[in-house]
Design a protein around this ligand. Structure first.
Ligand SMILES: Cc1cc2nc3c(=O)[nH]c(=O)nc-3n(C[C@H](O)[C@H](O)[C@H](O)COP(=O)(O)OP(=O)(O)OC[C@H]3O[C@@H](n4cnc5c(N)ncnc54)[C@H](O)[C@@H]3O)c2cc1C
Length: 346
C-alpha cells in the first residue's frame, strides 16, 4: 500500500515536496489556507492587470547552473523561462540583499547564481504553480489549526492523517499548532530564532503606451527594487512593482508616492505614467503567509545554529520551505529536495 503524506502549505516548498513524493508513489494531500495556491508565488489581478506577489526572477537556470540542475529532473525546465540582462543585478543588488540582514555567506549563495544568469518566467509565478499542481491533490481553503500525532486538523473541522506530515509554513507557527509533547529546548530554540524584515510593495498600473518595458530588475541606492510586469503592444509596460524594506510609517500612500518619485530618477515618465497603485505592508504579508512579522525571507541565518534540519523531534513531522534553508526559489527548492530525500530514505 502506498505511503501517505499530508503537506501543510501550498507555497513552493509544499508543492515541490508534493511533486517529489507523488513521483515516488506516495499519496499526497497538500492543504492550503487560501483559495489560491502558491504563497509568495501567487499572482493577483488589480484593475485588470496581473501582478506577482513575491517572485519576479531567478538566477542560475542556464545548462549546468545550480537551479537548472534541480529543475530539470523535476520537469520544470520546459516552462517559458526567458533570460534577461544580469548586469544591473550584479552591480546593484548587494546593498538591497544586505538590508534583509543576510550574512556574507548567505548573500554569496543567494546572489551567486544571479551572477551566472538571470531569468524570468512568462505568466509569472502562476506558471510555475500551475505546473506544480499537475498530479497532486491540493485542497484549498484548508487552514490548519492543530497538529497532533500524524493528524492535521483544519478550521472547517476536517482532519487529514498521514504516515508523515510535512510543514511548509514557518517553524514557529508549526510548533504553535502542535499539541504533542516536544522537548522544551527545541521550542526555546525556535522561539529565539530571528526573522528578517518584511517588505513594502507598491503595485502600479501604468497608463498605456507610456513607459518602455525593461526586463531586468532595477535597483536604486540599494533601497528600492523595481520590476516591470506585463508587456503590452509596442514594447510598453502595463505594470510595475516597487519593493523596499523601508518602513511606510503612518501614511502608506504618501510613502508609496515618495517611492514612485524616487523611481522617477531612473525611469523617465514617472510619476505621470501612474494610472493607479495599490500597496501591501509587512502586516499584509503576515496575514497572507503566516510568517511572524510578515518577514519576506523568514528566519535569518547568521551561523550554523540558525539552520534548522527538516527532521524534528517527532519522527513523523518534517519541515521544509525557505525557513529551513536559504530563501528564494533556489533555496526553497534545495530545502524541498533535502526534506524529501530524508523522508524517502526512512
Ligand atoms: C516580496 C518578495 C519578493 C520575492 N522575490 C523573489 C525573486 O524574485 N526570486 C526568488 O528566487 N525569490 C523571491 N522571493 C522569495 C521566494 O518567493 C520565497 O523564498 C519562496 O516562494 C518561499 O516559499 P515557501 O514555500 O517557503 O513559503 P510560502 O510561499 O510562504 O508558502 C507557505 C504557504 O503556506 C500557507 N499557509 C500558512 N499557514 C497555513 C496554515 N495554517 N494552513 C494552511 N496553509 C498555510 C500560506 O498561505 C502559503 O501558501 C521573494 C519573496 C518575497 C516575499
Amino acid at each position: 500500500m502506498s505511503k501517505e503524506a499530508v503537506i501543510i502549505g501550498a507555497g513552493l516548498g509544499g508543492l515541490l515536496c508534493g511533486r517529489i513524493l507523488s513521483r515516488e508513489g506516495w499519496k499526497v494531500t497538500v492543504l492550503e489556507q487560501w483559495a489560491q495556491p502558491g504563497g509568495s508565488l501567487q499572482t493577483f489581478v488589480r484593475g485588470g492587470v496581473r501582478f506577482d506577489t513575491g517572485f519576479h526572477s531567478v538566477g542560475g537556470l542556464a545548462p549546468g547552473e545550480p537551479l537548472e540542475q534541480l529543475f530539470r529532473p523535476l520537469g520544470l525546465m520546459d516552462l517559458p523561462w526567458y533570460r534577461v540582462g544580469e548586469d544591473e543585478f550584479i552591480r546593484c543588488s548587494l546593498p538591497f540583499l544586505r538590508l534583509s540582514a543576510l550574512t556574507e555567506d548567505e548573500i554569496e549563495h543567494v546572489a551567486g547564481p544571479y551572477r551566472q544568469s538571470v531569468w524570468r518566467l512568462r505568466g509569472g509565478g502562476k506558471t510555475l504553480v500551475d505546473a506544480l499542481l499537475e498530479g497532486i491533490d491540493v485542497q484549498l481553503r484548508k487552514k490548519v489549526i492543530e497538529i497532533k500525532d500524524h493528524v492535521v486538523r483544519c478550521n472547517d473541522g476536517s482532519e487529514f492523517a498521514g504516515d508523515v506530515v510535512v510543514s511548509d509554513i514557518h517553524p514557529k507557527a508549526t510548533f504553535d499548532m502542535l499539541t504533542d509533547h516536544v522537548r522544551p529546548a527545541y521550542i526555546k530554540r525556535l522561539q529565539k530564532m530571528e526573522n528578517g524584515p518584511g517588505v513594502f510593495t507598491v503595485n502600479i498600473k501604468l497608463n498605456p503606451g507610456t513607459i518602455p518595458i525593461e526586463y531586468h530588475s532595477i535597483f536604486i541606492d540599494g533601497e528600492i527594487m523595481i520590476h516591470f510586469g506585463e508587456e503590452e503592444a509596442g514594447g510598453y509596460a502595463r505594470s510595475m512593482d516597487i519593493l523596499t524594506f523601508g518602513h511606510p510609517g503612518d501614511d502608506r500612500n504618501a510613502f508609496a508616492e515618495t517611492l514612485i518619485q524616487k523611481a522617477s530618477e531612473r525611469i523617465q515618465g514617472l510619476p505621470d505614467a501612474v494610472e493607479r497603485f495599490w500597496t501591501s505592508t509587512p502586516a499584509t504579508w503576515e496575514r497572507f503567509t503566516g510568517t511572524p512579522g510578515g518577514s519576506a525571507y523568514g528566519i535569518v541565518k547568521k551561523g550554523a545554529g540558525d539552520y534548522l534540519s527538516p527532521i524534528t523531534p517527532l519522527d513523523w513531522l518534517f519541515l521544509t520551505g525557505q525557513n529551513i534553508g536559504l530563501h528564494g526559489i533556489l533555496g526553497t527548492t534545495v530545502a524541498a529536495v533535502n526534506t524529501c530525500n530524508i523522508i524517502l530514505k526512512r
